[in-house]
Design a protein around this ligand. Structure first.
Ligand SMILES: Cc1cc2nc3c(=O)[nH]c(=O)nc-3n(C[C@H](O)[C@H](O)[C@H](O)COP(=O)(O)OP(=O)(O)OC[C@H]3O[C@@H](n4cnc5c(N)ncnc54)[C@H](O)[C@@H]3O)c2cc1C
Length: 505
């Protein structure tokens, strides 16, 4: 039984059915509070910006769950867990037994205690219903305020500005994205956002929201606006777990088996806290879903989740921003830190090195250097003695230099980060007859996350279909194409090297 039909709960159900397609071993029930089938939450920023329709982000075609023999109950909220008796309580009074329970309850938007936020002109930015409400308010002449200058607030502000409405981004901290960026980088981002027509107000505490007025700030000023989007952070949804007595600590605590402190209860995705990953990104959740499906549906007691390196990208048109690792590494005195700031030119680069390894970094307006930074981080490539080359994106050793070239890149190069799909994974899928992006996505799932890899995926597919890259068996491994495919695609999180691939997204 799965609680939560979000990106990770739905993926877990898929993974189970990949391992048990005839439903011979696993009876699957998925309970989801949202009144609609699962959809791609990551793409909501693109929906807001007008790049996709709300309907197009649904994860599965209508009727998919029934065809997969999944007892999917949407609009059903679990209100309590009785871990001792192995059953859950539902809103409406029902009680359902389980053998194994998987918590995939995700995160919820956190709203600050500011008066006026319950007004209908105020919307959080977490789910499709929020997105539809925001879009319903977009019309000529409307003025939006976005409260919160973190990743989602910046994406929301840029998306709304792209629709041609006036946007003021109000952030209580002194620089944007302070969880990922240092002050200098935040200043470059703010300058870039301003150049794109967004009015950015920093270090601005808000007193209240007043309909027909706007945001009243603590210093007495007013941000005139007709609608407010609140993007002030998320919190892992741990209420059910806490009430059931499970160990929580900014998430439901899980071990490498993704088991919680209660027997027969596991947790994955945003709601789970594993020491090797950060909450709030889809890649760790999808890797966890595959590992847990191996343990529960393929009866593989050795299945372990070992963590996922953190790579973040801002999905905002004309703003190229990527970060790797922990931002604290950029201010750690024990690290060697290199910086370059060009506020007027909208460019910023910073990397933190421990010994000769890149452990953290941020890049704005430097796509090539950002791609190289991700490769250094992912693959643990030793940094060159000429450090300046790192900031210029010219430091990759020859064997890693051509990672954007479909032919010359290494087999371990990541093509789709959300789904941990490598070049080798694409080649194997082509060997199985995938000759279109749609077929490739169906089999490997590449391109089904944030969609940022579609161009590279198409280039890789074009090359792989036009050549015969698997004419020779893979050296030192299972030489059957089928065998290789099983390893690279189905169990990515099991492979230590699958967790440290090279290549940008
Ligand atoms: C606008 C936006 C942009 C994003 N962009 C990116 C990005 O570029 N890259 C990236 O990696 N991540 C991004 N994320 C984060 C990503 O969407 C999440 O990491 C991912 O959705 C986590 O999946 P999940 O299934 O754990 O949680 P969710 O997708 O939040 O799903 C949890 C589900 O559980 C349901 N639920 C909760 N409690 C109960 C209950 N008691 N009973 C029944 N159902 C319940 C909820 O209603 C929800 O449907 C973005 C998020 C947003 C909002």
């Amino acid at each position: 039984m799965v609680v939560g039909n979000g990106m990770v709960g739905a993926r877990f159900a898929e993974e189970v059915r990949r391992r048990d397609p005839e439903a011979a071993r696993v009876h699957l029930t998925v309970l989801g509070a949202e009144p609609r089938p699962a959809y791609n939450r990551v793409l909501l920023s693109t929906v807001l910006a007008g790049g996709l329709s709300p309907r197009s982000v649904q994860l599965h075609p209508t009727g998919w769950a029934a065809a997969q023999r999944i007892d999917l109950r949407i609009g059903t909220t679990v209100t309590g867990i009785d871990a001792r008796r192995r059953r859950v309580h539902l809103d409406g009074g029902g009680v359902e037994p389980y053998d194994e329970l998987v918590l995939a309850t995700g995160s919820r938007a956190w709203l600050p205690p500011v008066p006026g936020l319950a007004d209908p002109t105020v919307t959080a930015f977490r789910d499709l219903a929020d997105c539809e409400r925001i879009l319903a308010a977009v019309r000529p002449g409307v003025r939006f305020a976005v409260l919160g200058g973190g990743l989602l607030g910046c994406e929301a502000a840029r998306g709304l500005a792209a629709r041609g409405v006036a946007v003021t981004l109000v952030h209580p901290e002194s620089h944007l994205m302070e969880r990922q960026l240092e002050p200098d980088a935040g200043a470059v981002l703010a300058a870039t956002m301003r150049r794109l027509g967004i009015d950015v107000r920093l270090a601005t505490a808000v007193a209240c929201w007043e309909r027909d007025v706007g945001l009243r700030c603590a210093d007495g000023s007013i941000v005139a606006a007709d609608a407010l989007v609140v993007a002030t952070g998320v919190r892992p949804e741990t209420g059910l777990a806490e009430a059931a007595g499970l160990t929580t600590d900014r998430g439901v605590v899980v071990d490498d088996r993704l088991a919680t402190s209660a027997e027969h209860v596991s947790a994955i995705g945003d709601c789970a806290r594993h020491p090797g990953s950060v909450s709030g990104l889809v890649q760790p959740g999808w890797e966890q879903a595959a590992v847990l499906a191996d343990r529960l549906a393929a009866a593989d007691p050795t299945a372990r989740y070992l963590g996922t390196p953190a790579v973040t990208r801002l999905k905002a048109r004309d703003v190229d921003l990527a970060t790797v690792g922990d931002p604290a590494d950029l201010i750690d005195d024990d690290n060697e830190v290199l910086r370059f700031t060009d506020t007027a030119g909208g460019r910023y680069a910073a990397v933190a090195l421990r010994g000769d390894r890149l452990v953290g970094g941020a890049m704005i307006g430097l796509p090539q250097a950002a791609a190289a930074m991700v490769q250094f981080y992912d693959a643990g490539i030793p940094a060159p003695t000429d450090r300046l080359r790192l900031l210029l994106g010219r430091a990759l050793p020859p064997e890693h230099r051509d990672q954007t070239d479909p032919e010359l890149s290494l087999g371990q190069t990541i093509i789709c980060r959300c789904n941990s799909v490598t070049k080798d994974g694409v080649i194997d899928a082509v060997a199985h007859g995938c000759t279109t992006v749609a077929a490739l996505s169906r089999v490997t799932r590449a391109g089904t996350g944030c969609g940022g890899c579609l161009e590279r995926l198409t280039a890789m597919l074009t090359w792989a279909v036009g050549t015969d890259p698997i004419g020779e068996p893979a050296a030192g491994g299972d030489t059957s194409r089928n065998g290789r495919y099983e390893v690279t695609e189905q169990n990515p999180a099991h492979q230590t090297d699958a967790l440290a691939p090279a290549g940008p997204h």
